[in-house]
Design a protein. Structure first.
Length: 370
């Protein structure tokens, strides 16, 4: 590891998920010398549903999309606590399906192809005024980008404050015979704000649930119940994992000195669906561009201007969902306009923020407690 400690870097990126690798690629393309670090050895498993919405497609290099998208889905089957199943379909792609192991490796490779240096198996122990202290020694850098997840060193250094944390549990199951490949399943769950999913991959199904952190046994029961409702109780279990998702409180810092945060480390995701890949890809690219141009304040302003309204819109939707899950189910599963709008958000033709800002939608959300 002497090579990474024996020189000064313009930018050090901590964490090689979608946010970090996107930041490294953008900074390298901007002419900066870039070091991308991750504490894990790649390729590595990462808990994630692995659904790509249209915004994510637009952010990914074509070569990455071609290499990692395993399935295209064209319909969503909604249910409420396993019952009242309704399928919404329009004949156009809704979500693309990826495995994070392959996606993250492909994005790290793209960063290296752009000129970044990637060092895996290196743990960052602290953020210093002139860089980071790692398990390989002190690394000097002009800018540090933290993309090291929900409990990373850089997020703690910057002082990111979190509005709420949720627990997601997920199983990878061997794909049985049947009609699984062209649709995703979404179930609105028994606990306030909880929901479950089934995402089809090339040779397995990703089955998971998410709800507010604090009742892990209830979350496990929901996963077991949901798996049985899918008829998959006897399917071969290939992998079981869990992770925490979180979103930032309004006004939470994104920068401290020469350090900025992106993706999960900054608490950037949609609180309603807990979708975070599109937030990671966008914020990572912006962070890398800002680091290369030495405009860190511009990065903060852009996140506040473009992503924070989306987070607030998702939080409003979540509050309504927590109070009125049946209305949300009816709205997307039975009302044609609601179903079409959900699919349009998935395809990237609009955003939840734009939907919520519509005067009729905004008025309705206020009446329902959102």
């Amino acid at each position: 590891m002497a090579a990474i400690t024996d020189r000064d870097w313009d930018v050090v990126v901590v964490g090689a998920g979608p946010a970090g690798s996107s930041a490294a690629r953008a900074a390298a393309e901007g002419g900066a010398s870039v070091l991308l670090l991750d504490r894990a050895r790649f390729p590595r498993y990462k808990t994630c549903g692995g659904g790509l919405i249209g915004i994510s497609y637009a952010e990914l290099p074509d070569s990455v999309v071609a290499a990692v998208v395993e399935e295209q889905t064209f319909a969503v089957r909604f249910s409420l606590r396993g019952r009242d199943r309704r399928t919404v379909r329009e004949g156009r792609r809704v979500l693309g399906m990826v495995q994070r192991l392959r996606l993250d490796q492909a994005l790290a490779d793209a960063a290296v192809a752009a000129g970044a240096t990637f060092a895996d198996g290196v743990q960052v122990r602290s953020v210093e005024p002139d860089g980071v202290l790692t398990s390989a020694g002190r690394v000097r850098a002009g800018v540090v980008i933290g993309a090291d997840g929900t409990s990373g060193q850089v997020a703690r250094h910057v002082g990111v404050t979190i509005e709420r944390t949720d627990l997601a549990l997920e199983n990878e199951l061997a794909k049985p015979h049947g009609d699984w490949d062209d649709r995703v399943f979404i179930d609105w769950g028994p606990e306030p704000g909880s929901y479950a999913w089934m995402f089809p991959k090339e040779d397995h199904l990703t089955v998971g649930v998410i709800q507010a952190k604090g009742r892990p046994e209830a979350t496990r029961r929901y996963l077991e119940t949901w798996t049985a409702q899918l008829g998959l109780a006897d399917a071969e279990l290939q992998h079981s994992s869990g992770h925490l998702t979180q979103w930032r409180a309004g006004g939470s810092p994104l920068r401290r000195g020469n350090a900025i945060v992106a993706g999960d480390a900054a608490g950037l995701l949609d609180p309603f669906t807990r979708e975070g890949i599109s937030f990671a890809l966008r914020s990572g690219r912006w962070a890398g561009e800002a680091a290369a141009s030495a405009d860190l304040d511009g990065y903060v302003s852009r996140v506040e201007r473009e992503l924070q309204p989306e987070i607030e819109a998702g939080a409003r939707m979540l509050r309504v969902f927590e109070r009125h899950p049946r209305l949300v189910h009816l709205g997307v599963g039975r009302v044609p306009l609601g179903g079409r709008t959900f699919l349009r958000v998935c395809r990237g033709e609009t955003t939840l923020g734009r939907v919520v800002r519509h005067r009729w939608a905004s008025a309705g959300l206020r009446l329902l407690g959102g």
